[in-house]
Every structure is written in C-alpha cells, then in structure tokens.
Design a protein around this ligand. Structure first.
Ligand SMILES: C[S@@+](CC[C@H](N)C(=O)[O-])C[C@H]1O[C@@H](n2cnc3c(N)ncnc32)[C@H](O)[C@@H]1O
Length: 424
C-alpha cells in the first residue's frame, strides 16, 4: 500500500514541475540560467547537448525553458525585470503588463490605500507594481508552481518585505483588515479564453461579493464585458496602452456609476458625461478613429463633442469633422477622397497617386485588409490610408493620410529630414 502511494506521488505532474522549478533557484540552476540567458531558439539544441554533459538533462531543459519565458516576458516587464524574474507559461500569458499594473497601483495609492489582498496573484505582475507603489500586499494563488515563481520574483526584485505570498484557495482567505481587495481571476480554460464572467476562476459574482467586504476594491475583467454586467455600485474603467485595449477594471469604493476610459502612456483619463449618441453627418475634411478604450467605454460621444464632429454612420465608431483638433483620444486622418466600395476605382486612384504603401483600416466591412492589398497591388513612392466602412449605410472607401503625423512632421525641427520628399 505504502509503495503505491509513493509511486503516485513520484508521478504527480505538479510535484515534477515544482521540483524542476525549485531546482532552478539553487546555485547550479542559477548558474545554468545565466549560461543560457541569451540563447537564440535556433541554438537551443546545440547548447542543450553541450550543457547536458555536465548537468542533469531535466535541469538544462528547465533553464532553457525559463530563458525562453523571460524573453517572451520582456514585452510586458521590460528586459531588466524580465531577465531577473521567474515565469510559468500561463504566468507570462496571464500577467498584467507592468505599465498597466503601475497605473492601477498609483491610482490605489492616490485613494489612500496602504494594504491590498491580491487574490489570484499569478507570478506577481500586480503584486510587484503594488509593492513598488509602497503598498503592503498579501499575494494569494492556489497553484504551487505559480506561488513558487511569485515568491522567487519578490526575492529577485527586493520586495519580500512588502509582499507575503501565500498558497491558498482565495475563497478561503480572510481579507479583514486590508484597505483593498484586488482580484484578477483566471480567464483562460483548457480551451482558450473564457468570455462568460461566471466561468472565470473564481467567478465574477464571487469577486464582486469579496469586493463589497473591503473599503476599496478593484476587479480586473475582460475588456469585452458588457456594460449591463457592471454592478450598479461599481465604477467601470477601460484601459488601453499604446492604443491596444488591455483590460476593464471594476472599482468599488470610488464613484459608483462612473464610466471612464484611461489611455496609457499618460494616464489620460476621459470620463463619461452621459451624452447622447452623436448625430450622423456628411464626411468632412477629417476622420477621427477613437482609441479602443474610448469605444469600449461607450465614450465616442464625449470625443465627438470635443471635436465638434459627428458620426459617418449611426452604427460605426468613426467621427468626422471639418477641423483638425489635437486629441489624445483619437487618431486624426485627413480625407482626400470618398468612393463607393469599388476595387477598380480604388486601384485606379492609387495608381494615379503612385501609392505603394497602403494602410488598410476597417469598421463595418467584411473585407480582409491583406486580400484588398493583394488585389489593388499598390506600387509607387507614396503612402495612403484607406478606410473600408459604411457612410450613412452605404459601403464606402475613404482615402487619406494621418493628419497628426503630418503636422507633427512639419513642425518637428529635430527631424528636418522628414520634410524631404521621399526618394523616387
Ligand atoms: C490572471 S492570473 C493572475 C495574474 C496576476 N494578476 C499577474 O499580473 O501576474 C489568475 C490566477 O488565478 C489563480 N486562481 C484561479 N482560481 C483561484 C482560486 N480559486 N484560488 C486561488 N488562485 C486561483 C490561477 O492559478 C492564476 O494564477
């Protein structure tokens, strides 16, 4: 009987992974990690063969795997931190990027929050940012390897004094005494992303109840969360970074009912004023493409109002206006041509303008940008942007170029070379 139990424990994949991970933290593992730090994927086999002569094969592959994860994580954490941190494959995928975590942590600090129960801490992306903002953190996760990685990360980044990492099921953790609860539930299952908030682990309804027990709370959810699913006592914030929508956050203990979009870098917050949908109007000289966070937060009307603009179609989030006004909330394009959807006419126009670099954008069109580019075969020294969309219900092509880019180039004395005409 005893032997059977022993054998089961030996084959336990969790223990296998945990042992392999823990071995990486010992001196031999650390030395191997240093040795394989910059290994390119193409060289991995040769490096592994060489190192296996002197080190256990399992440890060599764990080190190479970790090096690969660090390289992948650099996009989220920067090369400096990522090169010192420890990851699991899921931990890299699911962690919050440093810029977004730092923004949220700064907002918590501004709210006067000094301690946070980080429920579902993963490898510690958010816990790191909270600690760096000077907040004391209890970081909880139920996955043993993930917890080991989170602990190693706090040690590697010198944050152990501020962060206690605990292996537990978050539904069993007492959060009394903390200024705030932060929950970032797992939103990926065996079959990929989970869209139903009740299928998150733990489910959103549990997170909302946990949020209501603390003076403040923030729940990270998918940006696609329907507005109807936002509880009445929460503030909803959509966050984008560099134009990509990263997440939505449900805040408790701030201003219930508030809806905001926050654009990073910045932060550049935009708050809802409850404006009605903008009117549809003819296409003017400029077309504005709102940031994804503005669209998700349903704040296109607030941006249209600031631009004195209207919509090109009642169902499409493109704003059109006659004037060029600088705004961080939308990209501006000067429109030179408006055509009904017709590839032959587009091809002729692009040939006449000698457009070889064509950026294709679309809203409300099923056409694939790559397919369009293949069909019109752009050739020539000039660049243009084409918008495939609907204008007052009709499939339409709007051709133009980035307006802000143009004005920035014209006034940028640091880059006079940009004023020269492109080589023929
Ligand atoms: C989206 S990740 C958290 C990422 C983290 N905020 C970061 O930035 O690194 C979700 C985590 O929740 C953990 N988790 C899911 N359900 C849990 C539960 N009931 N108790 C504890 N942890 C749980 C998973 O193991 C996973 O590591």
């Amino acid at each position: 009987m005893e032997r059977t139990i022993l054998r089961l424990a030996d084959n336990d994949p969790v223990n296998d992974h945990l042992d392999a991970f823990t071995a990486l933290l010992a001196p031999e593992g650390r030395a191997l990690l240093d040795a394989v730090r910059d290994t390119a994927p193409a060289d991995e086999l040769a490096v592994a063969t060489r190192l296996r002569r002197e080190h256990p094969a399992g440890l060599v592959s764990a080190a190479l795997g970790q090096a690969r994860l660090r390289q992948r994580a650099a996009a989220k954490f920067g090369t400096g931190d990522a090169g010192r941190m420890y990851f699991t494959p899921n931990g890299v995928e699911q962690s919050t990027r440093a810029s977004v975590a730092a923004y949220r942590a700064a907002r918590m600090r501004e709210l006067g929050i000094g301690s946070v129960a980080d429920l579902c801490c993963g490898i510690g992306g958010d816990a790191i940012a909270l600690a760096r903002a000077g907040i004391r953190v209890l970081a909880v996760d139920r996955d043993p390897v993930t917890v080991a990685a989170a602990r190693a990360n706090m040690a590697a980044l010198g944050l152990e004094d501020l962060v206690e990492v605990r292996e537990a099921d978050v539904t069993e953790v007492d959060t009394a005494g903390f200024d705030a609860v932060f929950v970032d539930p797992a939103r990926r299952g065996g079959r990929g992303r989970i869209f139903d908030p009740e299928a998150y682990s733990p489910p959103l309804s549990w997170a909302v109840e946990a949020a209501r027990t603390a003076p403040h709370a923030a729940l990270k959810v998918a940006p696609g969360i329907p507005h109807e699913a936002v509880p009445g006592d929460a503030e909803a914030e959509w966050i984008s970074d560099g134009g990509d929508v990263k997440e939505a956050v449900l805040w408790f203990g701030t201003a219930p009912g508030t809806v905001r979009a926050t654009l990073l870098p910045g932060p550049r917050p935009l708050l809802s004023r409850g404006l009605p949908d903008p009117a549809v109007r003819p296409v003017g000289r400029y077309l504005y493409e709102p940031d994804g966070a503005v669209i998700r937060a349903h704040l296109v009307a607030e941006v249209a109002d600031a631009l004195d603009g209207g919509l090109v179609d009642a169902t499409i989030a493109y704003i059109t206006a006659d004037e060029l006004r600088p705004t961080p909330y939308a990209g501006a394009y000067e429109i030179t041509d408006q055509l009904p959807f017709n590839l032959k006419r587009l091809k002729a126009l692009l040939r006449e303008r000698q457009v070889g670099t064509l950026t294709v954008k679309k809203r409300g069109s099923a056409v694939e940008p790559e397919e369009l580019r293949r069909k019109v075969k752009p050739q020539g020294p000039n660049a243009a942007t084409v918008f495939l969309t609907r204008v007052a219900g009709a499939p339409t092509m709007l051709v133009g170029h980035p307006a802000q880019g143009l004005s920035r180039r014209l006034i940028d004395p640091q880059r006079p070379e940009e004023l020269r005409p492109p080589p023929a």
